[in-house]
Design a protein around this ligand. Structure first.
Ligand SMILES: Nc1ncnc2c1ncn2[C@@H]1O[C@H](COP(=O)(O)OP(=O)(O)O)[C@@H](O)[C@H]1O
Ligand SMILES: [Mg+2]
Length: 254
């Protein structure tokens, strides 16, 4: 894959850089990132597209130098994150749009997508150096008892992963964590993300609006919080370690 010299970085993270290459966007991963993760992300993207979701079109998966990269068509617009930052007073309106879109994704099915429970069970097992054996057992029991659904779940449904075009239509990017499973887990992830981003008010509004719209109780989503917090810990979120651990600790008191 050949990238233009005059590309500009959209975001730089510890394990990747996402570049604007004029009419395409290249997500270039560090050489240490396993190729299976990159291929899985691209596969998830195509499966979501096949399920009927508005996603950036995949152009190429390949290498640029030693690094694996995913090239997609650039979607012109602003992310919901940018819009929320520009007009914080409209946050509730944007969160409502986020929820409508999230629930419309959950209405789709993708029978070949990885199963959510398998993924979380693996991640909880991987967190053995961070949470105790008793906590892992408790979390795995809780996970096992969660209702079995087959909804298409994005796994990281946050405002920065939604691009709003000028005509108001919305495109969902970043399918690295997608699975089929229970929408409540997606909701818990979005809530945790907003909390970790220092947006407590938005997090509480989001949770309230989601539950109202979905017709479920806050308790139902809270059942997922400790599970997704443990999964985030397994992903190595060092900066948020204490908060995530406090969410996992909930299992000791129920
Ligand atoms: N195809 C695309 N068109 C336009 N912008 C994109 C596209 N893909 C990614 N972006 C932008 O790049 C940012 C980071 O890409 P993303 O896939 O979400 O990476 P990360 O996994 O680091 O969050 C997104 O928040 C969005 O602003
Ligand atoms: Mg993203």
């Amino acid at each position: 894959m050949k990238l233009p010299k005059d590309k500009t970085a959209i975001v730089t993270r510890h394990n990747k850089v996402v570049y604007d290459c004029d009419d395409t966007v290249a997500k270039v991963f560090n050489a240490t990132k396993p190729s299976s993760d990159i291929v899985n992300e691209a596969l998830n993207l195509t499966r979501a597209e096949q399920a009927g979701i508005d996603v950036p079109a995949l152009i190429e998966v390949g290498k640029t130098g030693n690094n694996w990269a995913i090239l997609t068509e650039k979607v012109e617009g602003k992310t919901l994150r940018q819009l929320m930052n520009e007009a914080p007073e409209k946050s509730e309106e944007y969160l409502t749009q986020l929820i409508e879109l999230e629930l419309s994704v959950h209405a789709h099915r993708a029978p070949l997508m990885n199963r959510q429970k398998d993924k979380y069970a693996r991640m909880i097992a991987d967190a053995s150096d961070i949470i105790t054996e008793a906590q892992r057992y408790e979390l795995l029991m809780r996970l096992d008892g969660m209702p079995n659904h087959t909804k298409l779940c994005h796994g990281d449904f946050v405002p920065s992963n939604v691009i709003v075009r000028e005509d108001g239509s919305m495109c969902v990017c970043d399918w690295a964590h997608a699975t089929q499973g229970n929408g409540g887990a997606d909701c818990a992830i979005t809530y945790l993300h907003l909390m970790l981003n220092g947006e407590e008010e938005n997090a509480q509004s989001y949770l309230r609006l989601y539950c109202e719209r979905q017709g479920c109780t806050v308790n139902y989503v809270q059942g997922w919080m400790s599970i997704v917090a443990a999964a985030e810990l397994a992903r190595g979120r060092v900066a948020e370690h204490d908060y995530l651990l406090s969410m996992v600790d909930v299992v000791d008191y129920v």
